[in-house]
Design a protein around this ligand. Structure first.
Ligand SMILES: [Fe+2]
Ligand SMILES: [Fe+2]
Length: 374
């Protein structure tokens, strides 16, 4: 009978609930149902699990071309008029940061996380000839420094991005995690076999000066994701040749799989800008002009064919198998092949981004074709 009595007094409509709340001291207006209630997911049982791109639909998938959302409101959530303006986001325009398949790339990043502690067979590190150990340590020092920049630079753009563009924002967060792991795994390699960190890179470009001076996200992304990380990816892909044990092979392979995702982000973003913001085409080409000047001049440490930097000497020694003259000559030849591959891969990425006309209309740096033809 008590239940019967309770049923009679229980509020049954939303208005009654509000009234009940008022008289009993509860704030119940948030109980109002949205128009999206009752939406069914048809992909919940898909293999691969429940992905962001599967759940976002209706108003939640509606990505605005520009946004005034500076309150941290999740995209699609209802506005709270008293919310404080917590973010003075520089990125409030979709084309500034967007890419196709950003959620997929983020989900992939989450699924492919690995641990430098247990996924690298450190027990396979054995005593190496002194010059080879020193070369691995010098290269690992260089890469630790490079990976710091690769995390540091995108990191500062995360808090500049409105939550309405949460997919690229969360991808960048995953990239920071990846780069932290890269910095940690190369540090471990330098220290794990009795060698240690060797000399810091002297080039200003390598400490991120050029990448970090970008005032625009697309400019930064072209310099970092397409140029800088693209070049490093080509080096990692030579890991089989630079590795002297399974631990080193695993390090280069795992890092390459992360880097290819970071490069893909940059290519897909550039593609989106090229397709949707024609007014920016000339500006984007000017960023590529600058990148190609660097590719042709090749003075940075990310060009393994340039002599005179400790990391390149290390790569040459590792590729050739030692520091005697014959080994260094052989290493130089392989390094030149890596350089050629870097340039070819750069050209391919720009074509995928939809800006490949520069390679046929005379815009691209002349020296690029020498590398490709070599
Ligand atoms: Fe990295
Ligand atoms: Fe990266």
């Amino acid at each position: 009978m008590a239940t019967e009595a309770k049923k009679k007094t229980a509020p049954s409509t939303f208005e009654e609930l509000l009234e009940y709340g008022k008289t009993n001291g509860y704030k119940l207006d948030w109980l109002q149902q949205r128009e999206t209630f009752g939406t069914e997911l048809d992909s919940a049982d898909k293999s691969g699990g429940l992905l962001l791109q599967d759940v976002d639909s209706g108003p939640f998938a509606d990505v605005p071309e520009w946004t005034n959302n500076v309150t941290g409101r999740p995209r699609g959530a209802m506005t709270r008029p008293s919310a404080a303006r917590i973010g003075k986001y520089a990125i409030r325009t979709k084309a500034d940061v967007w890419l196709k398949n950003g959620a997929q790339l983020y989900e992939e990043a989450v699924q492919r996380q690995w641990s430098s502690a247990v996924d690298v067979p450190w027990e396979t590190l054995e005593e190496l000839p002194d010059d080879i150990e020193r070369a691995e340590c010098q290269l690992a020092t260089f890469l630790t420094e490079v990976e710091f920049v690769a995390g540091d630079v995108p990191g500062r753009w995360i808090s500049e991005t409105s939550p309405d563009y949460y997919e690229p924002r969360m991808f960048l967060i995953s990239q920071i995690m990846d780069e932290a792991r890269h910095a940690d795994v190369f540090r471990k390699r330098a220290l794990a076999n009795g060698g240690g960190l060797l000399r810091q890179t002297s080039s200003a470009a390598l400490s991120g000066a050029s990448i970090d001076s970008a005032r625009d996200f697309t400019e930064m992304s072209a310099r970092l994701h397409i140029s800088g990380e693209g070049l490093v990816l080509s080096i990692f892909r030579m890991g089989e040749r630079m590795a002297y044990n399974d631990a080193e092979k695993a390090i280069y392979r795992l890092a390459a799989s992360d880097e290819s995702r970071h490069v893909a982000f940059g290519v897909m973003h550039l593609q989106y800008v090229a397709q949707t913001d024609a007014e920016r085409t000339e500006e984007i080409h000017s960023y590529l002009d600058e990148i190609e000047l660097g590719l042709v001049a090749g003075t940075g440490g990310q060009n393994p064919a340039v002599r005179g930097t400790p990391s390149n000497a290390a790569i040459t020694a590792l590729l050739g198998g030692g520091t005697d003259e014959a080994s260094l000559r052989e290493g130089e030849q392989i390094a030149a092949a890596v350089r050629q591959r870097q340039v070819k891969e750069y050209i391919q990425r720009i074509k995928v981004a939809g800006l490949g006309d520069r390679f046929t209309n005379g815009r691209a740096a002349a020296g690029l074709s020498d590398y490709v033809a070599a």
